[in-house]
Design a protein around this ligand. Structure first.
Ligand code: PLP
Length: 402
């Protein structure tokens, strides 16, 4: 008898895969490694917002018991108001579920909504949480292309060509991880129309919605598609640099009957796990009210803005590397122009880079990108550290990819 479920064969994340463990081994040997594998701001000196610290101290006694399985009422009220302020309608306070990060929410969705044989359209490249959770529910992720030559926007014709009678849902990550692109309303409306025509549910992971540069604005998919079933995911890991708090949520919006059916299934899953961590829920109202914290990072002079600038400038200086400038999020996904021709295995490429330059990146295959010619940079270290790291990556590419 197998000790381990067969489905585990396809499961895994290169963000914490073999190269990550190799980086930890290097560190154990006393080597300093710059780990650009994960979007964890606190690891790069980003500090807890003062608003959150105060709320934490003031509310900790409220966190001793299990919370409402959907989430604390005042936290859900703040989440409700936030999404209403973004123009989302057709949902109630009870259509909000707070989870231990969007990661747990993704697992709840996959468990409650997907059966074996269901197909879920997911972007390529894709943040691996979603493909893994779909596989764990025995459903099938079907990858639609995001087109680098069109600013990493989803290839609408490709999406249409992938639809079968088994297609149940389409996932959007907007702003995107790993490309950092922000989708325009036109693109969102085109995807909504495909969902409408084919009776698909939309999963919209909007965890980076408050981290958008250059005065651009994020539009909630649910706002543009009030007649469709939309599950919107968001949280505080990135906007308020609170990854360790494990604070995420989902909003189920759309037509009442379908919404109630989905809600009842999610409620069963939420009830089994008794509730999300209470202490992080106590700070949700204060964090959501603190819009200055995310804004201070993305404006000129702010850390994220300046780090993105340094990253792009350093990338510009590398011959044979191109990229689409990101609109938001914490990432950029450059292309090694001759990579498809000259790199056999991008995980090996990332390993060799780690050993040579002591910089850990995640190669494109970690995001289900088919060609061995991309890698993701996490733009979280201070600008000068990033500039040096990207220059080192460039030296490695120039030396080895000819
Ligand atoms: N969704 C996306 C697109 C992400 O990039 C991440 C983390 O990097 C998550 C979800 C996970 O977020 P959380 O910390 O809320 O589990």
């Amino acid at each position: 008898m197998n000790l381990v479920a067969k489905r585990m064969d396809g499961i895994g994340s290169d963000i914490r895969g073999k190269n990550f463990w190799a980086a930890l081994d290097l560190e154990k040997q006393g080597v300093k490694v710059l780990k650009l594998n994960t979007g964890n701001p606190a690891a790069f000196g980003f500090k807890m917002p003062e608003s959150v610290r105060e709320a934490l101290v003031a509310n900790m006694d409220r966190a001793v018991g299990y919370s409402d399985v959907r989430g604390m009422i005042d936290a859900r009220q703040a989440i409700y108001d936030y999404h209403v302020s973004k123009g989302v309608e057709n949902f109630t306070m009870d259509d909000i579920f707070i989870g231990n990060g969007v990661s747990e929410i993704a697992s709840m969705i996959a468990t409650a909504l997907f059966d074996k044989g269901d197909e879920v359209l997911v972007p390529s490249p894709c943040y691996s949480l979603w493909s893994n959770e779909i596989l764990l529910s025995d459903a099938k992720p079907v990858y639609y292309l995001c087109d680098e030559s069109n600013g990493w926007n989803p290839d609408i014709d490709h999406i249409k060509s992938l639809i079968t009678p088994n297609t149940k849902a389409i996932l959007l990550i907007n702003p995107n991880n790993p490309t950092g692109v922000l989708y325009s309303n036109e693109v969102l409306l085109e995807i909504a129309e495909i969902a409408r025509q084919n009776n698909l549910m939309i999963l919209s992971d909007e965890i980076y919605d408050r981290l958008v540069f250059d005065g651009k604005e994020h539009t909630a998919m649910a706002k543009l598609a009030p007649d469709l079933m939309v599950l919107t995911m968001n949280g505080l890991s990135k906007s308020h640099v609170l990854c360790g708090f494990r604070c995420g949520w989902m909003v189920i919006s759309g037509p009442q009957a379908a919404r109630e059916e989905i809600n009842a299934a999610i409620l069963k899953v939420a009830s089994i796990r008794l509730g999300a961590n209470s202490i992080m829920q106590t700070i949700i109202p204060a964090a959501i009210a603190d819009t200055e914290y995310p804004n201070s990072m993305i404006r000129p002079g702010g850390r994220l803005y300046e780090q993105r600038k340094a990253t792009c400038e350093a990338l510009d200086a590398i011959p044979g590397v191109s990229y689409v400038k990101n609109d938001g999020a914490l990432y950029i996904f450059p292309k090694i122009d001759k990579g498809a021709e000259l790199i056999e295995n991008d995980k090996q490429f990332a390993y060799d880079l780690l050993m040579d330059k002591h910089v850990l990146i995640v190669p494109g295959s970690g995001f289900k990108w088919a060609q061995p010619d991309h890698f993701r940079i996490v733009m979280l270290p201070e600008a000068e550290i990033l500039r040096k790291a990207v220059t080192d990556i460039g030296d490695f590419i120039t030396k080895n990819i000819k």
